[in-house]
Design a protein around this ligand. Sequence first.
Ligand SMILES: *[C@@H]1O[C@H](CO)[C@@H](O)[C@H](O)[C@H]1NC(C)=O
Ligand SMILES: *[C@@H]1O[C@H](CO)[C@@H](O)[C@H](O)[C@H]1NC(C)=O
Ligand SMILES: *[C@@H]1O[C@H](CO)[C@@H](O)[C@H](O)[C@H]1NC(C)=O
Ligand SMILES: *[C@@H]1O[C@H](CO)[C@@H](O)[C@H](O)[C@H]1NC(C)=O
Length: 180
Amino acid sequence: MPTFSYCLLLLFLPLLFCTFHANIAQNLIPETCKKCAANDPNLSYNFCVSSLQASNRSQCDNLRGLGMMSIKLIKYNVTNTRHYVKNLLKNKKMDPFIRACLNDCLDLYSDAIPTLKQAMIDYKSKHYKDANIEVSSVIDAATTCEDGFEDKEGAVSPLTKRNNDTFQLSAIALALINML
Ligand SMILES: *[C@@H]1O[C@H](CO)[C@@H](O)[C@H](O)[C@H]1NC(C)=O
Ligand SMILES: *[C@@H]1O[C@H](CO)[C@@H](O)[C@H](O)[C@H]1NC(C)=O
Ligand SMILES: *[C@@H]1O[C@H](CO)[C@@H](O)[C@H](O)[C@H]1NC(C)=O
Ligand SMILES: *[C@@H]1O[C@H](CO)[C@@H](O)[C@H](O)[C@H]1NC(C)=O
C-alpha cells in the first residue's frame, strides 16, 4: 500500500471507530433502559433514557462508562438534595414533625455522599459486589426518608420528587452494575 494511503487510513481509523461506537451508544441507552425497566417494575423507561442521554457523551460510550455515569448522576442528585434539605431546615416556623423527618433525611443524605464516593472507587476497580451494596444502601436511604413522612396522617413530604429521582437513578445504576 502506498505510504500516503496508509497514513490516510491511520488518520481516519480512530474517527471511524468512534463513529461506530457512537452508533452503538445511541442504541445502548434505549436498549439498556428497556432491560432495566423490564426487570424492575418501579423503574420508568422514560426517566432512564432521559437521564442517561442528558449525561456527558463526549466519550465513546459503552456499558461500563454508562454505569459510572449513572453513579455520578446519583451523587449529583444526592448532593443537591442535601443542600435543599439544609435550606428547608432554616425555616424556624416549620411543623415539628416535618422538621424531625427532615433532620433524619439530612442524616441519610449526608451519609449517602461518602457512600457514593466509595461506590465510584469500587466500580472503577471492578469491585462490583461492593458497588452494588453501596448503591443499594442509597436506595434504602431515599425510601427511608420518604417513609418517615408517612408516619403521621396528613403530613406531606416536601421531598417526594427528589426521593423518587434518587430511587430511580440508583435503581438504574444497580441494574447497570448487575449487567457487568
Ligand atoms: C417497588 O417499590 C415498592 C414500594 O417502594 C417496593 O415494596 C418493591 O419491593 C419494589 N419492587 C422492586 C422490584 O424493586
Ligand atoms: C465531559 O467529559 C469530559 C472528559 O471526561 C470532561 O472534560 C468535560 O468537562 C465533561 N463535560 C461535562 C459537561 O461534564
Ligand atoms: C436528579 O436527576 C434527574 C435525572 O437526571 C434530574 O431530572 C433532576 O433534576 C435531578 N434532581 C436534582 C435535585 O438534582
Ligand atoms: C417516580 O418517577 C417516575 C419517573 O418520573 C414516575 O414514572 C413514577 O410514577 C414516580 N413514582 C412516584 C411514586 O412518584
